[in-house]
Design a protein around this ligand. Structure first.
Ligand code: GDP
Ligand code: MG
Length: 658
C-alpha cells in the first residue's frame, strides 16, 4: 500500500488523501494537473534518458541524522519494509524506484548494484623496474541483479547488497543500490534513502566516517534537480540538526528543501508547545515548512504491527493529541499528508525543471544528429562506385593537406603558431650566442702570435680570423639539427591528426596513410639534415658581401669604414669588432635560413609528396579493401540510433507537458 499519489486502482489511498485535504472535485483537478508530470519523469526515467543528459531527473532524497527515521518515513510512504533500526542501517544510497503495474501483475522487485572487483595482474615493465615485474590492481564492476517476488525478502536483499558494496563492518559506500518495486499498490516515484549523519565513529568505522557521509550526502543534495527531504526527530534539539544546515547551504533560497518531523510520540512532556511552534514554522522558518509524522517505533515492529495498522494508529495519535491535533487541519501532519505534499512539490519541481530538461534534450539531440551525420552512408560496394568514393575522399584529404600547408586553420592546433614558437626559440638561441661571442683584441693578438706563419711581425693572419669564426659557427649546427627534429614532430602530429579526422572510419586507409606520412617525413627529415649540414659546410667559407659587412661594422663603431679604405681596416685594435660584425651577419642568415629550410622540407615539399603519393592508392587492385569500415562503426551507428530514438521520444513527451 502506498500513500503517495496514485492515479487509479487504490481507492482507499485516494479517498484517504481526499478526506484529509480536499473535496472530490479538487482531487480530480489535481489528478489532471499532476499525473502528466509524474508520468513524464517516469517515462523519461524508463527510457534511460539520464544516460544521455548532463543532468539528473527530479528526485526526492531523504537526509538526516542516524536513526532520525528516514527509512521509516520512506517505508511508510512506499509501503515497502526496508532495513531499519538503531545504529547505521543504511550504509549505501538506496534508490527506491516505485513502479505501478496494472493488468493483474503481482508484487515483484529487482535489486541491482555494481559489485566492485579487484584484479591483481602481474605486468612486466621492461627496463625501468629493477624487480622486473609490477603488480597492477585493476578495478572492474560486475553488475548484480536479483529479482524476487516476496516482499519480506526486501530487507535481506538490501542488507546483502550493502555487505557486498560496503563490507560487513560499519563502513559506507557511495555505490548506489537500486531497488525497483513493481506493484499495483505503489505509485510511480523514485526516492533515495541515504546513510544518516553519524557524529562519533563506532568500533570498526574509520575516524572520518562523519565527513565521508557528509560528502556522500552533499553529492546528492547539491543537484538542483533534487528535492531535499530533511528528516528531523523531535526527541532531539532541532538546532543541532546537521542535515538541515547542509540543505540550507546547498539551497539557501529554500526552494527545494522541506523538513519532516518524526517521533512525536517520544517527546518530553512539557515540550509540546515549543514543538508545535516548530511544526508551525515559527522557530526555524523554512520556505516549504514542516510536516509531522508518526511511524512505527521499535516496539510496534517487534509486535508485528503492519504498515496499514500503523497508519490508522498515526491518524488516531494526531486526532487525539491535545496539542498536535490542530496540525491535521493545517495539513501539517500524517504520512498521507506528507505524500500529497511530496507529490505536489515534486510536480512543481518537475515543472520548474522542464525548460532546462527541454533545452538539454534539444542540445543532446542536435549533437547526436551531428554525430550520426558523420557516419552516415558509407562507401558503395561496387568497384566502380567504391573507386569514385575513394577519389572523392582522397581529393578532400589532399585539399585539406594543401590548406594546412598554406596556413589555413584545419585542425584545432594552429600549425604555424606552433612552428613560430619553435622558430622564435631558435632566433633567441642565436641572439644569445651573439651576446656571448666576445673576443678581446688582446686575446686575438695572442692567437695571431701563436699561429704566426711566414708573415713578418705586425702583419696579421686572416687564417686565425677564419679559425675563430669557424669554431663558433660549428657550435650552431647541433641545435639546428634538433630544430629539424622538433619541426618534424610538429608536422607529423598535425598530419596524423588530419588523417585521423578524414579517415577514422577506414582503418586500412588510415594505416596506409600513416605509413606514407612516416616514410615521407623521415625521408624529408634526412633531406633537411643534409641541407643543413651543407649549409654549415658553406658557412665554413666565411663569406659576405663587402657592403653588408661594412654596414654592420659601421653600425657597431664610431668611425665609418668603406671599401676605399680597405687596408686601413686591418688594425689590430679593431679585430674584436670585425669578428663580431661578421658573426652577426652569419647569425642573421641562419635565423631565417634554418626555419625556411625546415618549413620547405618538412611541410611544403612533404605535403606535396604526400598528396602525390596518396593518389597512387587509386591504382590499387582492391579499392574495397582500402575502404573497409571500422567494425565499431556499425555498433556506433546502432548506439547513436538508439540514443536518437530515446531523445526523440523524450522530446515528444516534454513537448506535450510544456
Ligand atoms: P534512519 O536511520 O534515519 O533510517 O532511521 P530508521 O527509520 O531506521 O529509524 C530508527 C528507529 O526509530 C527505528 O527503531 C524506528 O522504529 C524508530 N522510529 C522511526 N520513526 C518513529 C516514530 O515516529 N516514533 C517512534 N516511536 N519510533 C520511530
Ligand atoms: Mg535508514
Amino acid at each position: 500500500m502506498s500513500f503517495l499519489f496514485s492515479s487509479s486502482g487504490d481507492s482507499r489511498d485516494s479517498s484517504f488523501i481526499e478526506s484529509q485535504r480536499m473535496g472530490g472535485e479538487l482531487h480530480d483537478r489535481l489528478e489532471e494537473n499532476i499525473r502528466p508530470f509524474i508520468d513524464l519523469i517516469d517515462t523519461l526515467r524508463s527510457l534511460g534518458i539520464q544516460r544521455d543528459l548532463d543532468m539528473s531527473l527530479p528526485t526526492i532524497v531523504a537526509i538526516g541524522d542516524q536513526s532520525s527515521g528516514k527509512s521509516s518515513v520512506l517505508e511508510a510512504l512506499s509501503g515497502v519494509a526496508l532495513p531499519r533500526g538503531s545504529g547505521m542501517v543504511t550504509r549505501c544510497p538506496l534508490e527506491l524506484k516505485l513502479r505501478k503495474v496494472t493488468g493483474g501483475s503481482s508484487w515483484n522487485a529487482t535489486i541491482s548494484y555494481r559489485k566492485k572487483r579487484f584484479d591483481v595482474a602481474n605486468s612486466s615493465v621492461g627496463n625501468t623496474a629493477s624487480s622486473g615485474a609490477r603488480q597492477d590492481v585493476r578495478v572492474s564492476y560486475i553488475p548484480q541483479t536479483i529479482t524476487f517476488e516476496d516482499p519480506s525478502l526486501v530487507e535481506r536483499h538490501v542488507k546483502d547488497a550493502q555487505i557486498a558494496l560496503a563490507g560487513d563492518g560499519a563502513g559506507i559506500s557511495d555505490e548506489i543500490i537500486t531497488l525497483e518495486i513493481r506493484s499495483p499498490d505503489v505509485c510511480d516515484l523514485t526516492l533515495i534513502d541515504l546513510p544518516g549523519i553519524a557524529r562519533v565513529p563506532v568500533q570498526g568505522q574509520p575516524m572520518d566516517i562523519g565527513n565521508q557521509i557528509k560528502t556522500l550526502i552533499m553529492k546528492f543534495i547539491k543537484r538542483p534537480e533534487t528535492i531535499n527531504m530533511v528528516v528531523v526527530p523531535l526527541n532531539i534539539d532541532i538546532a543541532t540538526t546537521e542535515a538541515l544546515k547542509m540543505a540550507q547551504e546547498v539551497d539557501p533560497e529554500g526552494t527545494r528543501t522541506f523538513a519532516v518531523l518524526t517521533k512525536p510520540d517520544l517527546i518530553d512532556r512539557g515540550t509540546e508547545r515549543q514543538i508545535l511552534a516548530i511544526a508551525q514554522n515559527k522557530v526555524v522558518p523554512l520556505r516549504k515548512g514542516y510536516i509531522m509524522v508518526k511511524c512505527r517505533g521499535q516496539q510496534q515492529i517487534d509486535d508485528n504491527i503492519s504498515l496499514d495498522e500503523a497508519s490508522t494508529m498515526e491518524k488516531d495519535f494526531f486526532e487525539n493529541h491535545y496539542y498536535f491535533s490542530c496540525l491535521l487541519n493545517e495539513n501539517k501532519a500524517t504520512i498521507p499528508c506528507l505524500a500529497t505534499e511530496l507529490t505536489e512539490q515534486l510536480v512543481s519541481h518537475i515543472k520548474k525543471s522542464l525548460p532546462l530538461l527541454d533545452e538539454e534534450t534539444k542540445k543532446q539531440l542536435s549533437e547526436v544528429r551531428k554525430d550520426m551525420k558523420a557516419i552516415e552512408g558509407g562507401p558503395p560496394r561496387d568497384p566502380q562506385g567504391a573507386k569514385q568514393y575513394l577519389i572523392n575522399i582522397l581529393t578532400e584529404f589532399n585539399q585539406k593537406m594543401q590548406s594546412l600547408s598554406s596556413g589555413d586553420l584545419i585542425i584545432k592546433e594552429n600549425l604555424f603558431n606552433e612552428l613560430r614558437v619553435e622558430y622564435k626559440k631558435w632566433n633567441g638561441f642565436l641572439n644569445n650566442s651573439m651576446s656571448t661571442f666576445f673576443h678581446p683584441s688582446a686575446k686575438i693578438k695572442q692567437e695571431i702570435m701563436k699561429n704566426r706563419g711566414r708573415e713578418l711581425a705586425s702583419f696579421s693572419s686572416y687564417r686565425v680570423f677564419e679559425m675563430l669564426l669557424q669554431k663558433h659557427v660549428a657550435q650552431l649546427k647541433d641545435p639546428a639539427i634538433v630544430l629539424v627534429n622538433t619541426v618534424k614532430d610538429i608536422t607529423f602530429k598535425q598530419f596524423s591528426c588530419l588523417s585521423k579526422d578524414c579517415f577514422w572510419r577506414y582503418p586500412e586507409l588510415l594505416k596506409l596513410t600513416m605509413e606514407k606520412i612516416e616514410d615521407i617525413q623521415s625521408r624529408q627529415q634526412r633531406k633537411a639534415e643534409e641541407r643543413i649540414t651543407e649549409q654549415f659546410e658553406m658557412e665554413n667559407m666565411i663569406c659576405t658581401q663587402d657592403d653588408i659587412y661594412f654596414k654592420t661594422l659601421n653600425r657597431n663603431m664610431k668611425e665609418a669604414f668603406s671599401d676605399t679604405q680597405l687596408p686601413l681596416c686591418d688594425i689590430a685594435s679593431k679585430y674584436s669588432d670585425m669578428l663580431k660584425a661578421y658573426y652577426e651577419i652569419m647569425v642573421q642568415r641562419m635565423a631565417d635560413q634554418v626555419p625556411m629550410l625546415t618549413r620547405y622540407c618538412m611541410l611544403k615539399e612533404a605535403v606535396q609528396l604526400l598528396c602525390n603519393d596518396m593518389l597512387t592508392l587509386l591504382d590499387s587492385e582492391n579499392v574495397g579493401e582500402i575502404l573497409t569500415e571500422d567494425t565499431d562503426i556499425g555498433r556506433k551507428r546502432r548506439d547513436l540510433q538508439a540514443r536518437l530514438d530515446r531523445l526523440n521520444t523524450a522530446q515528444e513527451e516534454i513537448d506535450q507537458c510544456i
